[in-house]
Design a protein. Structure first.
Length: 89
């Protein structure tokens, strides 16, 4: 196992993690931004007002994107397991 292989594996793991978490983070970001704009327009400055819509948006996005996320994780794990013989050489 070479240093380049380990770095490439770490790079693929980090990229897979970022790709899988991106839809959830983007949903939370968009809902938070919309609620913040709504708060600024209506001058309601309640800090806890953003939590429930963000949680609901993230749960909805998770339910919607879960099959795709699992597919990405399975593909990464399958590629990792199929590369095991090249690690032992």
């Amino acid at each position: 196992m070479t240093q380049e292989f380990v770095l490439e594996l770490a790079n693929r793991a980090i990229m897979t993690t970022l790709i899988i978490s991106a839809p959830l983070l983007l949903a939370g970001l968009v809902v938070g931004l919309v609620i913040s704009i709504l708060q600024a327009v209506t001058q309601i400055h309640e800090m806890t007002l953003t939590f429930i819509p963000k949680i609901l948006a993230i749960i909805f996005t998770l339910l919607l994107m879960l099959p795709w996320m699992i597919g990405k994780m399975v593909a990464f794990t399958t590629n990792l397991f199929t590369s095991i013989p090249s690690i032992s050489n």
